[in-house]
Design a binder for this molecule. Structure first.
Ligand code: TYD
Length: 136
């Protein structure tokens, strides 16, 4: 997997005087079936989240409210994706090192994943990540 496999996905938007609506469904707007949903909120200013990769797990990240940056690294290249629209999501395949930063006040990061939580999926050590990428 490289940064070329990462995608910003524009979700459907129903613009309405009563307020707007967006959505995503399994294997339609997002390229996997959801097994887990979690969200990150009340992040104090200046804090970072993440700082790891997953061996075999995909995610889709939406800034439902506010904004934050997702910094992705495939072992060769690094790119920062600024998420600040509730109709845009970031698809992150497996084996991409990532962290999240620059959370705005009251931001809300919604993350869906194709696997249930499993601590053994995490690669926390960057050197181990680089070694894993060499054998990918
Ligand atoms: P962690 O993965 O360290 O957060 P991040 O990498 O985004 O900074 O998760 C923090 C804690 O929450 C950790 O003890 C594991 C737990 N956790 C779950 O139990 N289920 C989940 O789906 C997630 C993402 C985390």
């Amino acid at each position: 997997m490289t940064l070329n496999d990462v995608q910003i996905i524009q979700l459907p938007r129903f613009l309405d005087e009563r307020g707007n609506l967006s959505f995503f469904e399994n294997d339609k707007q997002i390229p996997f079936t959801i097994a887990r949903t979690y969200w990150i909120y009340d992040v104090p200013g200046g804090e970072e989240r993440g700082g790891h990769a997953y061996t075999d797990l995909q995610e889709f990240i939406v800034a439902i409210s506010g904004s934050f940056d997702v910094v992705l690294n495939d072992g060769h290249n690094k790119k920062t994706y600024s998420l600040n629209r509730s109709y845009l999501g970031l698809y992150v395949p497996k084996l991409i090192w990532r962290h999240m930063e620059n959370f705005s006040t009251n931001s809300l990061a919604l993350i869906v994943s194709d696997k249930e939580y499993d601590a053994s999926q995490y690669i926390h050590d960057y050197d181990e990540f680089k070694r894993t990428k060499r054998h990918e």
